[in-house]
Design a binder for this molecule. Structure first.
Ligand code: ZN
Length: 279
């Protein structure tokens, strides 16, 4: 059994303040970034150990928050079955692509550390891809980053097994992916503040839910997220300026002041047309 864990950071255990995740913003204390990266690394270790215990023979761990580079690599659990990708883009078969190694050889896709989509009420740091995006839709269905990533994996018929995040992120996942196992490790107090159990307790819950996710995969009770092709993809921006810039890309159509659309031929090209990343 081969699994792919695609880690974001906003939804990890014990990370309760905006500056611990969005440390590129002005005025952030260096200790906050350090703390965020330490919490991420500890969460990764707990989830990886749980996946191996549950019977994964091979595991790819991808660090994707802000493009990657957040894991403290000399503190990760070293095991010959686990490959750590420092960035969410890399080379496979000589070509630069998103999530290298995610292909037909992978049995299950896990999305720990995730957050709710743009505009979600009662969520910690909700957004979709970039703060400029107000709403993203695939064939008319509003989806967040979990939906975009699951769609990408859907190209190879890989089911989404697991989401870890705040209550709002887990709710979004449960609505969109029936049968998914979720680890709800915190609750938003406001856009940039949340609270929850001590990280050790949240990691124990995460490990239990990873095991449940693997059991669901074995029982064949989870399905890939595979929107019908060709997919009609739309982005509503927050500013006219951004919509205008996006509409200049080849194949992109302007629907109204703030919204652009494109027709996409493959699930794995879900965002390629707009951010030049994909297969
Ligand atoms: Zn992130």
């Amino acid at each position: 059994m081969k699994l792919f864990m695609h880690w974001d950071m906003e939804g990890i255990s014990g990370l309760f303040a905006r500056e611990q995740a969005w440390f590129w913003e002005e005025g952030v204390r260096p200790e906050a970034e350090e703390e965020g990266r330490r919490l991420l690394t500890a969460d990764v270790n707990a989830a990886v150990a749980a996946a191996l215990r549950a019977g994964a023979d091979e595991l790819i761990v991808c660090d994707t928050h802000c493009g990657g580079g957040n894991l403290i690599l000399d503190q990760v659990l070293a095991d010959p079955r686990v490959t750590y990708l420092e960035k969410s883009r890399g080379y496979q078969d000589g070509r630069l692509r998103w999530m290298p190694g995610l292909d037909q050889s992978v049995d299950g896709f896990l999305l720990p550390g995730h957050h709710a989509k743009a505009g979600t009420a009662g969520a910690f740091l909700p957004h979709t891809w970039m703060l400029e995006w107000a709403d993203f839709r695939i064939n008319g269905q509003s989806v967040g980053e979990m939906g975009i990533e699951a769609c990408f994996a859907g190209h190879w018929d890989i089911p989404v097994l697991f989401v870890q995040g705040d209550v709002a992120a887990c709710r979004e996942a449960e609505r969109q992916f029936p049968g998914i196992a979720t680890a709800s490790v915190k609750r938003a107090e406001s856009f940039d503040l949340c609270s929850g159990p001590y990280p050790e307790a949240a990691r124990r819950l995460t490990a239990r839910k990873v095991a449940e996710a693997v059991a669901n995969l074995r029982a064949d009770s989870v399905a890939p997220y595979k929107p019908a092709l060709p997919m009609a993809v739309t982005v509503r921006f927050r500013s006219v300026e951004s919509a205008e810039a996006a509409s200049r890309k080849p194949g992109v159509e302007r629907l109204d002041e703030l919204t652009v659309a494109a027709s996409v031929e493959r699930q794995c090209d879900v965002v390629r047309w707009i951010v030049d990343t994909g297969l």
